[in-house]
Design a binder for this molecule. Structure first.
Ligand code: IFM
Length: 440
């Protein structure tokens, strides 16, 4: 059983989240090529070279998917617009069919009593912009602002909340340093540029939306608890470096107008010229911060250049992603952020959930592990709220099984099972547990 709605403060928002490329089907409706299409088409990058061409075909099946959201009793639906669907070349011409789609989708949410929680970039960079250097190119802040302007003009009057960019760490580090996501680079200079430009683009987008009169604007960052692998001072320092570039970099930029010293040790020669001057834009006031939280890591020192660390396996039970289940980490980040960065600013858990080896048997999926995962993390939310943390909502990842990026369709995070042959949706036991918890 999950904690009940009535266990949370009045007006606490419960939701579920998805993202455009992971569910829509990018071959439909005139969307342009993205860097995920080209990344997936390059051997070795993605399991079975799968891409988002069809995904869950949410482009056509969205009424059914929104019905599922509403029937479970969720309050908010966190979704994203695809840059390449709205502007297939990334700049210039607008794809009317794409904007019409999002227009219908938002009206569909409102008709069902769901609050639209918009994210403007969940990783589907238009390929023509990748050709120009993508996030390494400072001009991306202006390209992004122009796209945000187009979306805002059409949809801004009806969304409940908006955040420019999902998980800046993944856009920057995972994609340019670790090479695991598009564009698959492994280069510290590219990483430093991308991580800074993501924040600059965020700030420009907030300005655009604010100028257009929109409110309830936020940022969504992901966090991973860093345990030192052992008791040595070297492991403690390695974990501190990991924590600095993973957990502190973006919130330090957004709320303090600085970058952590541990990150500057590696980044200083590589950040774009004049980076300090951009904090005035980056610090554009926001109305809330969203946390995406899944797991912790064990960090050991390692030979080699900065950051000179390695992840080692940990002892806790793991999800199908191989991620340790560590709900206390969510409590840590909620209290740490409120204490050191955000104060009384509302916080939202904008993603939390687990991949499991779900099996559809006789029309049902018995994902009791996922229910336990949600319960454990919701309990940590309640603990933080009782301690005064201004947490105002929680959104499960994800409504549907979907395209899990470099891992293709193999890892299932959904409350609703998707058969990727027939595209049939089947609510799992976790979906029914949410519906029960949200009743009344
Ligand atoms: O599927 C992703 C999502 O796109 C961003 N946050 C983490 C999820 C699980 O890996």
């Amino acid at each position: 059983m999950l904690p009940k709605r009535s266990d949370f403060p009045k007006d606490f928002q419960f939701g579920a989240a998805t993202s455009a490329y992971q569910i829509e089907g990018h071959q439909f409706g005139g969307a342009g090529l993205t860097h995920w299409d080209t990344f997936a088409a390059t051997p070795g990058n993605v399991v079975r070279a799968e891409d988002g061409a069809r995904a869950c075909d949410h482009f056509h099946r969205w009424p059914q998917d929104l019905d599922l959201m509403a029937a479970a009793g969720f309050d908010t639906y966190r979704f994203s617009t695809s840059w390449a669907r709205v502007m297939p070349e990334g700049r210039g011409a607008v794809n009317a069919e794409g904007l019409d789609f999002y227009d219908r989708l938002i009206d569909g949410m409102l008709a069902r009593g769901l609050k639209p929680a918009l994210t403007l970039y969940h990783w589907e960079l238009p390929a023509p912009l990748a050709d120009l250097g993508g996030w390494r190119n400072r001009d991306i802040a202006d390209w992004f602002a122009d796209y945000v302007q187009v979306v805002t003009a059409r949809l801004g009057d009806r969304v409940w909340s908006a955040a420019p960019i999902n998980e800046p760490w993944c856009v920057g580090w995972l994609s340019h340093f670790l090479g695991q996501h598009a564009p698959g680079l492994r280069d510290i200079r590219a990483t430093a540029h991308a991580m800074h430009h993501v924040l600059l683009a965020h700030g420009r987008a907030i300005q655009v939306m604010r100028d257009a009169g929109m409110g309830n604007l936020g940022a969504v960052c992901n966090f991973e608890y860093a345990h030192p692998a052992d008791d040595s001072p070297e492991a403690a320092q390695a974990a501190a470096r990991y924590d600095a570039y993973y957990n502190q970099f973006f919130v330090s930029g957004l709320f303090k107008g600085e970058y952590p010293v541990e990150v500057l040790e590696g980044f200083a020669p590589h950040l774009p010229k004049g980076w300090q001057d951009d904090f005035a834009t980056i610090r554009a006031p926001i109305d809330w911060l969203g946390l995406n939280y899944y797991t912790c890591k064990r960090i050991a020192p390692a030979p080699g250049p900065w950051p000179a660390l390695a992840e080692v396996p940990g002892p806790l039970p793991k999800t199908a992603m191989g991620w340790e289940i560590y709900p206390e980490g969510l409590h840590h980040f909620l209290t740490w952020l409120a204490r050191d960065y955000t104060g009384t600013l509302p916080l939202y858990v904008t993603e939390n959930g687990m991949a499991a080896p779900d099996v559809l048997r006789a029309g049902a999926v018995d994902d009791t592990d996922r229910i336990a995962y949600f319960r454990a993390h919701l309990d940590q939310c309640l603990r933080a709220i009782a301690q005064g943390v201004p947490l105002q909502g929680y959104m499960a990842w994800s409504l549907l099984d979907n395209y899990e990026w470099a891992l293709g369709y193999e890892k299932r995070f959904g409350l609703v099972h998707v058969d990727f042959e027939t595209l049939q949706r089947t609510p799992k036991a976790s979906y029914h547990a949410w519906a029960q918890a949200l009743k009344g």
